[in-house]
Design a protein around this ligand. Structure first.
Ligand code: MRU
Length: 367
């Protein structure tokens, strides 16, 4: 998508790979919206740290980063003895997988890279295949998000106000975004509408990232406090909700997404407002049998007890807000049950959450 730099609009992807230097290139998302900066990771450990520290975040973006990180780690291995090489590959895989637990995209993305590598007979062939498969995953992620836009745009009408939670925009993917793809498509089709961005405490991805993205694309939007959505729904000021997901269970239709999503789904059901979830294929988990099995990331309480911002010198700065002696709990995600979800917007069309399993062939699931 486009970023305005010194008055000029330029296209960027969230994640890229420099094959010459064997480096992953990332937008430093912790500095947005105050500063736009690209950083490079020099080895797979740095790539894993970039995921853990949320330089890059969002399910599809960390999926592509993990795929490139695996290729990066594989290509850096100087040992071509097959058993030691395989052990190294496993170590790289585990390091990247453990960086963040809730999103399934990194695992799905890296499994694809491993499957691609298996077609190679020599270590050199496998390295080449790892790079090619990681690139293919990233390109497909962008294409799938565009397809989500083509299907999801049918839900948007002139004059609507659309609520979105957290950031399932292009910064959370390689390009276009999932929840925002129908919004960008609607703008291209000349529709007039407005977006409410939940601020999404504690890390404020809605207030910082989604709002920045929409501003770059000149889409009318307003940031609302997380607690305000119920009020606006009651006043008839929200017509449609579209959110993303970090893991959607193909067997049950349960949706893990940023903390607070479940609350919004309950409110939307109460007010009979359509509630949609937009996902590429890599967000589908075909293995788990229950949302209770989804690993929910529990992050540092400091995120709840204070907030990060940028000072007048452009430096990131943490400000303690809460009572000094208090501690906090900070689950990063929650699980929304299928009965609260109107539909799942995928690159293959819009499905009822409980029909995902029956449609698994179309959705790239198991046979
Ligand atoms: O903790 P984050 O910022 O990596 O959380 C991921 C998200 O941004 C959201 O949960 C999003 O809605 C789904 S990711 C496409």
């Amino acid at each position: 998508m486009n970023v305005i730099i010194r008055g000029e609009s330029r296209p960027f992807r969230t994640v890229e790979f420099d094959e010459q230097k064997n480096q992953v290139r990332l937008i430093e998302q912790r500095l947005l919206p105050h500063q736009f900066k690209i950083v490079s990771t020099r080895d797979y450990q740095e790539t894993a740290m970039a995921i853990k520290d949320m330089i890059v975040r969002g399910a599809g973006a960390i999926g592509a980063t993990a795929a490139y990180g695996l290729a990066q780690g594989v290509c850096a291995c100087v040992d071509s003895q097959p058993v030691r090489f395989a052990r190294h590959v496993q170590q790289v895989y585990e390091t990247l997988k453990n960086a963040r637990p809730t999103a399934v995209d990194p695992v799905n993305a890296m499994n694809r890279v491993l499957a691609g590598m298996r077609q190679g007979h020599t270590v050199e062939e496998q390295k080449k295949l790892a790079r090619a498969e990681a690139r293919r995953f990233a390109d497909e992620n962008a294409d799938e998000c565009q397809a989500i836009g083509r299907h999801g745009v049918s839900l948007i009408r002139n004059g609507m106000t659309i609520l979105t939670h957290c950031n399932a925009g292009w910064l959370a993917f390689v390009d276009y975004g999932s929840a925002t793809a129908p919004i960008y498509a609607a703008q291209r089709d000349g529709l007039e509408f407005k977006v409410f961005c939940d601020e999404t405490r504690p890390r404020s991805q809605g207030a910082t990232l989604t709002a920045w993205e929409l501003a770059q694309q000149k889409i009318p939007h307003q940031i609302i406090a997380d607690n305000a959505a119920g009020h606006f729904m009651q006043c008839g000021e929200i017509d449609l909700v579209i959110v993303g997901s970090d893991r959607t269970l193909g067997r049950t239709g349960e949706v893990a997404n940023k903390i607070g999503t479940y609350t919004k789904a309950v409110l939307a059901a109460r007010h009979k407002i359509p509630f949609y979830v937009a996902i590429p294929f890599s967000t589908l988990d075909w293995n788990l049998n229950s949302g209770q099995e989804i690993p929910i990331e529990e992050r540092s309480g400091d995120e709840v007890l204070g907030a990060w911002g940028t000072n007048s010198q452009g430096k990131r700065h943490y400000l303690r807000v809460a009572n000094p002696s208090s501690t906090a709990r900070n689950p990063g995600f929650d699980v929304t049950p299928p009965e609260l979800i109107t539909g799942i917007i995928t690159p293959a069309g819009i499905f009822k959450p409980r029909s995902l399993w029956a449609n698994r062939k179309k959705l790239g699931g198991p046979q």
